[in-house]
Design a protein around this ligand. Structure first.
Ligand SMILES: *Cc1c(COP(=O)(O)O)cnc(C)c1O
Length: 360
């Protein structure tokens, strides 16, 4: 068996101990005589798996008791519609901060449900920074302020939590949730698909302040009504059971590593290895303002794009996969989520040096 270093942006690398445990438990989970995939979501075995996953997530993020945790379907793109349907609460508009491709998708979808005020945008500089808070033109009557905490494609990330006063702050954290400690009480709602930093695709996590739910638009499908899902412990419809099980194993793994502070230290060390090298040579470049660089997704370009294919081929031959950049940006992108071991980043930097020496 050979495991590669998988730099995919998502679905992405998972911790090897989690995959081993899932393999061990595949045919017979804890003496139940069946796989988690085969269990009733209403049986006591799965209910215990679900409850443990939620308890661990609450512990890792120190989620206050006044927040609901939902394990649902629909993905972050689904949430782009589900958020306005649930959070408008009689208001007609919401503020959005535009920091890249994922923000743009959120804005486009929200426009179907409300008027969108783009309160700040870094589009003019090619999405290479996060607009400073002082430049945001917020509407005091907005239903909420939406940000994307980490732009998975562009590689920009907030390293501060915006203060937006009494208006609820909503964050798409698909690609950096659990990568570092956060103060959940500063947010009204946090959502994310699991397939970047948590587990398999198909599971969506929503953390929402209780007082914000219960006023969904009448057209909201029941399965996407936070209040109905909260009242049913995320079991209004069949939840993504296997995804919840794997997420629980990942939460346990994070806890065993020392929790989110340890994750952040590990992620900072990995990212520094890569950025320090990128900054030390003119052969490669990363366009993002240093203060706003993502610790999770590191896009970079070779000096000569004609070398891209050779670079990717050489990486593949050394067991490093999925380094091709997003089609909208070009170049390369190394996604280095929680589960990417430091050895993977060391191997990548060593290969980049070797490639530069041969082609520079
Ligand atoms: C991947 C990603 C999405 C899309 O998630 P889906 O699960 O495909 O709906 C949305 N936002 C961000 C920040 C992402 O990284």
């Amino acid at each position: 068996m050979t495991r590669v270093f998988n730099f995919s942006a998502g679905p992405a690398v998972l911790p090897e101990p989690v995959l081993r445990k899932a393999a061990e438990e595949m045919l017979d989970w804890h003496g139940s005589g069946m796989s988690v995939m085969e269990m009733s979501h209403r049986g006591k075995e799965f209910i215990s798996i679900h409850a443990e996953a939620e308890a661990l997530l609450r512990e890792l993020l120190a989620i206050p008791a006044s927040y609901k945790v939902l394990f649902v379907q629909g993905g972050a793109i689904g949430e782009n519609a589900i958020v306005p349907m649930n959070l408008l609460r009689g208001k007609s508009g919401a503020d959005y901060i535009n920091t890249g491709e994922w923000s743009k998708k959120s804005i486009k979808e929200a426009k179907k449900y409300c008027s969108v005020n783009v309160a700040a945008s870094s589009e003019a500089n090619g999405f290479t920074s996060i607009p400073p808070r002082a430049e945001w033109k917020l509407d005091p009557d907005a239903a909420y302020v939406h940000i994307c905490s980490n732009e998975t494609i562009g590689g920009v990330q907030y390293h501060w939590t915006p203060d937006v006063g009494d208006v609820p702050l909503v964050a798409d954290m698909s690609s950096d949730i659990l990568s570092r400690p956060i103060d959940v009480s500063k947010y009204g709602l946090i959502y994310g698909g699991a397939q970047k930093n948590i587990g398999p695709a198909g599971l969506t996590i929503v953390i929402v302040r209780e007082d914000l739910i219960g006023k969904a638009l009448a057209i909201t499908p029941s399965a996407f009504d936070y209040a109905q899902q909260a009242a049913n412990d995320s079991m209004l419809n069949t939840p993504p059971t296997y995804g919840i099980y794997i997420a629980g194993l990942v939460f346990n793994w994070i806890k065993a590593q020392g929790g989110l502070a340890a994750m952040e230290a590990h992620n900072r060390t990995k990212a520094a290895l890569l950025y320090d090298y990128l900054d030390s040579t003119a052969f490669y470049s990363n366009p993002i303002a240093k203060a706003d660089r993502s610790l999770m997704n590191v896009p970079f370009k070779l000096k000569d794009a004609a070398l891209d294919d050779a670079f990717l081929k050489g990486a593949q031959a050394r067991g490093m996969l999925q380094l091709k950049g997003h089609r909208s940006v070009g170049g390369m992108r190394a996604s280095i989520y929680n589960a990417m071991p430091i050895e993977g980043v060391r191997a990548l930097v060593a290969y980049m040096k070797e490639f530069e020496a041969q082609n520079g």
